[in-house]
Design a protein around this ligand. Structure first.
Ligand SMILES: Cc1cc2nc3c(=O)[nH]c(=O)nc-3n(C[C@H](O)[C@H](O)[C@H](O)COP(=O)(O)O)c2cc1C
Length: 354
C-alpha cells in the first residue's frame, strides 16, 4: 500500500488518504454568499477522490474579504448558503469538508484577478482595508487603517463567530489563514508590522495577535474536530520572515492545538523574488515537520503522484495539498491511485470509469 493512500487520523476524523484539495478563491460570490458555482466547484472536488476539501479563503468580516466577490461567513444568509453547499456535498460523498477562515488585511478590497486594474476604492465599491500598520501593499491602493486595540478585539471576535458558524454548519475541520500576505501574516512579518505596542517589534510580539486569534478559535472549535493553520514559511524578501521564524511560530501554534501546519510561502510584498519549481515549498514543510514534529501539509507545484509519494516517504510532510493540478484534472487522485497501484473510493455512478 502506498503512503499517499494510507489513512490519517486527526482528532475525531480520519482522512482516507493524504490528498487535500487546497483552498482556492473563486471570486464568484455575491455579498459573501455562496451560490451554484460553489455547489459545482466544491461538489466536483467532494467526489474527486481527495480525502479532504478545504473551502476557499472565507472572510470573517465583510472587510476581511479579498475582493467583493469572495465568500464570507459573518451573517445568516452566508451561513444558510454554505449549509446548502455542504448538504449537497454530504449527500454524495464521504470526503471531509474543511473551511479556511481568513481576513485579508491590507490586501482586501482588491479586484478579481481577471478584472484588471488597481484595488477598489470606497467610491467604486471597495472599502478601506485594515492592517497592523498603515503600509499599503501597492502605491495604487488605499493606505490601510492601522488597527487599534478595539479593532483587534473586533476581528478576533469575528474569527470566533465565524468558527461558531462553521461548527453549526458541521464542517469537519477549519484552517486559519495566516499566509499569503493577509492579516495574520501581516502581523507575523516585520515587513508589514511596524507597531510599537505589544503586537509589534520582537518575534514574540509579532506572534501575539495571530496566536491570540488561533487560541480563541480553538477554544470554541469542538475538541474532536481538527484545526489547522496555513503559514507563509518565508517572505522571499530582504528582512522578511525566514524558515527559522516559521519553525518558531509552528511550535507555538502546535502547542496551542494546531492539528496541521500547512506550509506555503510568499504573497506579503509586491517586490518578493520567488524561485518557483516543482515542490518548491516542500523543503520548508520538511523543516517544520522535522523541527516541530507537527503534522505538516506540503503544497506548491506537487503535480505528479510519484513526487507526492516521495515527499511522504522522505518524511517531508504528512499531507499533500493540490490546487492547480486539481483544477486541470479534478480526478487527480484517481490517476494517482493508478500510478501507485493503489485503490481509491469512487462513487458508484463513476465506477465504470476505472
Ligand atoms: C485559483 C486559485 C485560488 C487560490 N485561492 C487560495 C485561497 O483561497 N487560500 C489559500 O490559502 N490559497 C489559495 N490559493 C493557493 C493554493 O491553495 C496553493 O497553495 C497554490 O496554488 C500552490 O499549489 P499548486 O501548485 O498545487 O497550485 C489559490 C490558488 C489558485 C490557483
Amino acid at each position: 500500500m502506498s503512503l499517499l493512500f494510507s489513512p490519517l487520523s486527526l482528532r475525531g476524523i480520519t482522512l482516507s488518504n493524504r490528498i487535500v484539495i487546497s483552498p482556492m478563491c473563486q471570486y464568484s460570490a455575491i455579498d459573501g454568499i455562496a451560490n451554484d458555482w460553489h455547489l459545482m466547484h466544491l461538489g466536483k472536488f467532494a467526489i474527486s477522490g481527495a480525502a479532504m476539501v478545504i473551502v476557499e479563503a472565507t472572510g470573517v468580516t465583510m472587510e476581511g474579504r479579498i475582493t467583493p466577490h469572495c465568500l464570507a461567513l459573518c451573517n445568516d444568509a452566508q451561513e444558510a448558503a454554505l449549509a446548502r453547499v455542504l448538504q449537497f456535498c454530504r449527500a454524495h460523498s464521504q470526503t471531509q469538508m474543511a473551511i479556511q477562515l481568513s481576513h485579508a488585511g491590507r490586501k482586501g478590497s482588491a479586484r478579481r484577478p481577471w478584472d484588471a486594474g488597481p484595488p477598489l476604492t470606497v467610491a467604486n465599491g471597495g472599502w478601506r482595508p485594515e492592517a497592523p500598520s498603515a503600509l499599503p501593499y501597492s502605491d495604487q491602493g488605499e493606505t490601510p487603517h492601522a488597527m487599534t486595540e478595539a479593532d483587534l478585539e473586533h476581528v478576533k471576535a469575528a474569527f470566533v463567530a465565524s468558527t461558531q458558524r462553521a461548527k453549526r454548519l458541521g464542517f469537519d475541520a477549519v484552517e486559519v489563514h495566516a499566509a499569503h500576505g493577509y492579516l495574520l501574516h501581516e502581523f507575523l512579518s516585520p515587513l508589514t508590522n511596524t507597531r510599537t505596542d505589544a503586537y509589534g517589534g520582537s518575534l514574540e510580539n509579532r506572534l501575539r495577535y495571530p496566536l491570540e486569534v488561533f487560541r480563541a478559535v480553538r477554544a470554541v472549535w469542538p475538541d474532536d474536530r481538527p484545526l489547522g493553520i496555513r503559514l507563509s514559511a518565508v517572505d522571499w524578501a530582504e528582512g522578511g520572515l525566514t524558515v527559522e521564524d516559521t519553525v518558531h511560530f509552528s511550535k507555538a501554534f502546535k502547542a496551542a492545538g494546531a492539528d496541521w501546519i500547512d506550509v506555503s510561502s510568499g504573497g506579503l510584498v509586491a517586490h518578493q523574488k520567488i524561485t518557483v519549481g516543482p515542490g518548491y515549498q516542500v523543503p520548508f514543510a520538511e523543516r517544520v515537520r522535522k523541527e516541530t514534529a507537527a503534522t505538516t501539509m506540503a503544497v506548491g507545484l506537487i503535480t505528479d503522484p510519484h513526487q507526492a509519494e516521495d515527499i511522504l516517504a522522505k518524511g517531508q510532510a504528512d499531507l499533500i495539498a493540490i490546487a492547480r493540478a486539481a483544477l486541470r484534472n479534478p480526478h487527480w487522485a484517481w490517476h494517482a491511485a493508478d500510478a501507485l497501484g493503489d485503490a481509491v473510493a469512487i462513487v458508484p455512478q463513476y465506477v465504470r470509469a476505472r
